[in-house]
Design a protein around this ligand. Sequence first.
Ligand code: CTP
Ligand code: CA
Length: 222
Amino acid sequence: IKKELVPGDLAGYKFLITAGPTREPLDEVRFLSNHSSGRMGYKAAERAIYRGAEVTLVSGPTDLEAPAGCSNYSVEKAEEMHEICSQVFPDMDAAILAAAVSDFKPANFISGKIKKNDRPGLELSLEPNPDILNSLREMKKPGQKIIGFAAEAENILVRGRDKYEKKAPDMLFVNDISAKNTGFKSENNEGYLIGQNFEEKITERSKAMIADILLDRIKELF
Ligand code: CTP
Ligand code: CA
């Protein structure tokens, strides 16, 4: 018996997905970063590919392997992530911005290694990084969709709504980083999906299942 090959339900769609942390160098051996594991973005990439989409993954350093079948860019600094995202976004149907981008970077890069010598302490001066979501939103063409993530430590629904209003993505998934089994490093996640005229509570489940729900909702937006 021959089985027909059925195209995935996202065949023909192109997704840009950001994932993982960024690293902002202080000197040649040190950096500022965060605890993002990259799992949510990588799962979104994996599920989108499985469902037939063309995926461009732009990722900061993680322990994960990029899913087979995607165009994969590895970056360190937010500025590098920003540059690649700006280049590829015009050709995309949607951007899923799951990266935990460092909001600030050291204002001065010290070549070599900062020495402790006779320093009583060390003051770091930081300056803002580009906001990739805001910048893609500004270059967005009709029909393109942007999905943001927000990891909040308290009042997650209130803060999520506020961030949705301020950053104006097409959808925002907000999750609670203080929850025990979910968030940053864990296998599972839960939270709220906020969009225009809707809010959906998503109870605890695997990041792959969360990714599928997100992809379902994005498909409805197209
Ligand atoms: N984001 C981004 N570029 C940045 C910062 C954030 O693309 N420089 C994206 C994230 O990938 C996420 C969304 O914006 O999809 C929200 O990120 P978050 O850090 O929660 O919000 P901020 O606007 O940075 O606000 P704050 O950290 O002060 O809560
Ligand atoms: Ca931030």
